[in-house]
Design a protein around this ligand. Structure first.
Ligand code: BEZ
Length: 215
């Protein structure tokens, strides 16, 4: 059903839309939550559903890895704060895993619409599985969207965050399937002189425009 929903689609490089929200850890203003920290804002379709339970448990069990990368987590669904609290309690009791990061109760869909999380062809009353990686300047750096019936990959979310931070810190790019510890790509030269210098660089090279080095 193609019901019209006023849904803006933020893009990579855009300032992350700001919002106030009620969450399982109290009310917050997103730009304050994002201050001096990377943030991963992610949505799930509904509380008390199976795929979502596996994903939220995945974020919770790997929360320390995100914290160690100066990254806060914040979830969202079109559910009430009471449903969120009951679900958090249920999963903690049954599996011992506590969803120890804020989950936004976005009943009026105001945040979901700002982040293009409502895709009417998929569902008009539930958010798709979105992931926004936002840097400490409040800039959206990476976006993933998954449908309702396919869970995300936590290793890839962590790898993508690590890749962004590595690219920023060392002014490099990361190749296919890059993992921390692998060689990185040195940006291609932009002058003939730099291209000729590159030939003598000692980098692992296919040609001057594809050169790799260890960090
Ligand atoms: C799930 O998490 O299993 C789910 C949620 C909404 C629609 C389909 C699946």
């Amino acid at each position: 059903m193609d019901e019209h929903i006023e849904n803006s689609m933020p893009r990579i490089g855009d300032k992350a839309p700001d919002f106030k929200a009620t969450t399982t850890y109290g009310d917050l203003i997103f730009s304050e939550y994002n201050k001096d920290s990377w943030v991963i804002l992610f949505s799930h379709p509904a509380d008390f559903t199976p795929v979502c339970t596996t994903e939220m448990s995945g974020f919770a069990t790997r929360h320390k890895e995100f914290k160690d990368m100066n990254c806060k987590l914040i979830g969202l669904s079109i559910d009430s704060i009471h449903a969120h609290v009951a679900w958090v309690n249920n999963v903690k009791k049954l599996s011992g895993v506590l969803f120890d990061f804020p989950i936004i109760a976005d009943l009026d869909m105001s945040v979901a619409k700002k982040y293009g999380m409502i895709m009417p062809g998929e569902a008009t009353t539930a958010a798709v599985r979105a992931v926004f990686i936002i840097d400490p300047r409040g800039i959206i750096r990476l976006i993933m969207y998954y449908p309702l019936n396919v869970g995300r990959n936590m290793d890839e979310i962590i790898r993508a965050l690590k890749a962004l931070q590595t690219a920023d810190k060392h002014k490099v790019a990361l190749p296919l399937n890059w993992q921390p510890g692998d060689k990185v790509i040195v940006p291609p030269p932009t002058s003939v002189e730099a291209m000729q210098e590159r030939e003598k660089s000692g980098y692992e090279m296919m040609d001057f425009y594809l050169a790799k080095k260890n960090l």
